[in-house]
Ligand binder design. Structure first.
Ligand SMILES: [Zn+2]
Length: 214
């Protein structure tokens, strides 16, 4: 068995976006739907835009692994997982297809409506496990699916410390403390930077601030 039951007091509030990171769709499909594997996911979207519903969202899929976000841990308990077919950083990372964007947009609209999920709770795997994961990566353009994750009100004349910005973004405080560089890289991925490193240039800090407060 590669999934489990959700506990009664745990409600779905997040959507976690992934890429498959495997050589082809068949391998990904087999792995994600095999009862003998230790991973699973609710939805898989092929490059052609076909949506495979591999597990009913009422069950808990095993897609996020060790993960934390804001004050929550073990995000599998609280989330629906969506995998996008993409070879990923290890096997030849490519742009996501137009059909994938069309399909994920439809799927997310459906899930948001049925599970009352807020835009701010739609997250990348790299956000909730920044020390371990890169997916869906810097080529995933969340703006294409009409999601606006952040719209904080900026306090006038307040100078935000970097760690405060990471906290506003949503990283768990333990990750901010132990893996600040990984958190920085995760932010760069969600800003769709081409080069992912942990340098905090002035431009990056401005882009980060615009992401949070615009
Ligand atoms: Zn993932």
């Amino acid at each position: 068995m590669n999934y489990s039951f959700r506990k009664k007091n745990k409600i779905v509030k997040y959507i976690v976006i992934h890429y498959t990171g495997m050589k082809n769709l068949k391998l990904a499909y087999e792995k994600l739907s095999s009862a003998n594997s230790n991973v699973s996911v609710h939805y898989l979207i092929s490059r052609k835009g076909k949506i495979f519903n591999l597990l009913c969202p009422k069950y808990k899929a095993w897609h996020a692994g060790k993960s934390k976000w804001k004050n929550d841990s073990n995000i599998n308990n609280l989330s629906i997982g969506i995998e996008l077919e993409n070879k990923g950083h290890d096997f030849g990372y490519t742009s996501f297809s137009k059909q994938q964007y069309i399909s994920i947009k439809k799927l997310i609209i459906f899930l948001k409506y049925n599970f009352y999920i807020l835009d701010k709770n739609i997250v990348n795997h790299s956000d909730i496990s920044p020390n371990r994961k890169k997916d869906p990566g810097e080529k995933f353009l969340i703006n294409k699916i009409g999601i606006k994750r952040f719209n904080y009100k900026k306090q006038i004349n307040k100078k935000y410390k970097y760690k405060e910005m990471l906290k506003l973004y949503g990283f768990h405080e333990e990750y901010i403390r132990d893996y600040e560089n990984s958190c920085t890289k995760a932010v760069k991925r969600s800003l769709n930077y081409r080069k992912i490193c942990s340098t905090k240039s002035k431009k990056f800090l401005n882009d980060f601030s615009d992401l949070l407060f615009s």
